[in-house]
Design a protein around this ligand. Sequence first.
Ligand code: HEC
Length: 128
Amino acid sequence: MKRSILLFALLSWGCNSPTPPSSDTTAPAPATPVAAANPVEAGQKLYDSTCTACHGAGGVGINGLGKPLKGSPMLKLSDGELVDFIKKGRDTSDPKNTTKVAMPPKGGNPALSDLDLTNIVAYLRSLK
Ligand code: HEC
């Protein structure tokens, strides 16, 4: 009996050396898929590099530039509608323009993908 316990201890100790036990490779995946793990965080990074210049840090708005986005009535739109709006922007020639200042398409950053914009929208919705 004592011998087998010792043997077991030695065997399990052996398993702790460099090669991980095979059960690790079948460990359950994290509850949230990685792509959607943190849209808000991803969106904030993009917002900070592209949108803050006009809309201010935290979406508080900058007088004479971009409107406040935090709590904007625009956030009632669906994600898709907001993404479409941001893609298009709102030129001063647009009758819906309210400030006589232009919102450039994609905030002037054509590199932003739909996913990037969706993440930015998630960030905007998180602002309190
Ligand atoms: C060059 C300045 C500028 C940049 C950069 C910019 N915006 Fe704007 N944005 C504006 C202006 C100006 C308006 C207001 C347009 C108007 O008069 O209706 C606006 C309006 C908006 C609105 C509508 C707000 C409302 O309540 O009507 C949203 C949403 C928005 N911007 C999102 C963004 C996002 C997201 C980014 C970054 C990807 C961004 N903007 C970058 C200038 C900018």
